[in-house]
Design a protein around this ligand. Structure first.
Ligand code: SAM
Length: 280
């Protein structure tokens, strides 16, 4: 069985099946597997730009930064949260919507497998650069270029859906989760990277919590604050962190210059990890 099974044609939603190195739908639409193993199910007509999602440079910066281990406590908290909800006696299906270059899904799936779980996992991102990097990280996960706006996945397929620092489309998440399925979201809290933001911006805007309210179709279960400090001790590492955030484009020139001149900074990570159950 392939890690890229149970997919739907993004053009007509018919089931796709493998013929050699291509996924084919009964209407004749065909999608080739890339050399690194992922499949691109984002048709040109669903793209809003020529190169949607995170750029090659942002993906490279995120991969280097995450590989450095500074956000490992977030990955560990995710694993602990998932372990608390699922039993290793049942096989589980996991989907990461907006998986980036795959750091968190790889960490989670590796941890689950080490703990004796049977896991079938897929990660999807709209950035082909992100998915290319992800497919080099772990070939036992199915990696897909696609959009959260129209997941190429049958209804009621997944036990667990992750949306980490991403762009949720709750109607799609509700469609692809099994009844009773779990949604786990990670988002920045009010103090996230506050020390860097103070360097970047003349004024810190009040915190806007985008997902604090009721989410249609989901019952909130738990909220965990993952808060810790870490230190970056080189201009290169600070540059990578900056390049993987929207601040690189949003912050004023003077702020970016000041941040780029830093050689060392102590930072606060403040992340909200929230879980929701799909309502029946
Ligand atoms: C802040 S990054 C987070 C990546 C990853 N979840 C992580 O935490 O490392 C947001 C990701 O969402 C992707 N993205 C943006 N719009 C998307 C969409 N409509 N569907 C799927 N992914 C999307 C970007 O390409 C990017 O990789």
């Amino acid at each position: 069985m392939s890690v890229l099974d149970h997919l739907l044609c993004p053009l007509d939603q018919h089931p796709l099946s493998w013929v050699g190195n291509s996924l084919l739908c009964p209407q004749g639409h065909s999608f080739d597997r890339a050399r690194s193993g992922y499949v691109n199910l984002l048709p040109v007509q669903h793209k809003h730009s020529r190169d949607p999602g995170d750029s090659k440079e942002m993906v490279a910066a995120r991969r280097e930064f995450l590989n450095g281990g500074s956000y490992r406590p977030i990955a560990d908290a995710l694993w602990t949260g998932v372990h608390a909800h699922f039993s290793s006696s049942q096989p589980m299906t996991v989907f990461d919507a907006g998986c980036g270059e795959g750091y968190y899904l790889d960490h989670l799936v590796s941890g689950l497998r080490e703990a004796g779980y049977t896991v079938a996992a897929q990660g999807l991102d709209i950035s082909k650069w992100a998915v290319t990097a992800a497919s080099k990280r772990n070939s036992e996960i199915g990696w897909i270029v696609g959009s959260n706006a129209a997941l190429p996945t049958p209804a009621a397929r997944f036990d667990l859906l992750l949306c980490l620092f991403g762009y949720p489309v709750f109607s799609e998440f509700a469609r692809v989760l099994k009844p009773d399925g779990l949604l786990l979201m990670a988002d920045a809290g009010p103090d996230h990277l506050i020390e860097l933001r103070r360097v970047l911006y003349p004024e810190i805007h009040p915190y806007r919590d985008h997902h604090a309210g009721v989410i249609d179709g989901f019952e909130p279960l738990e909220e965990q604050v993952v808060r810790f400090e870490f230190e970056l001790t080189s201009g290169a590492a600070i540059g990578q962190l900056l390049a993987m955030t929207p601040h690189l484009h949003k912050a004023p020139f003077a702020g970016r210059e000041a941040a780029q001149a830093l050689e060392r900074i102590r930072l606060t990570a403040d992340v909200r990890l929230r879980s929701y159950r799909l309502c029946g």
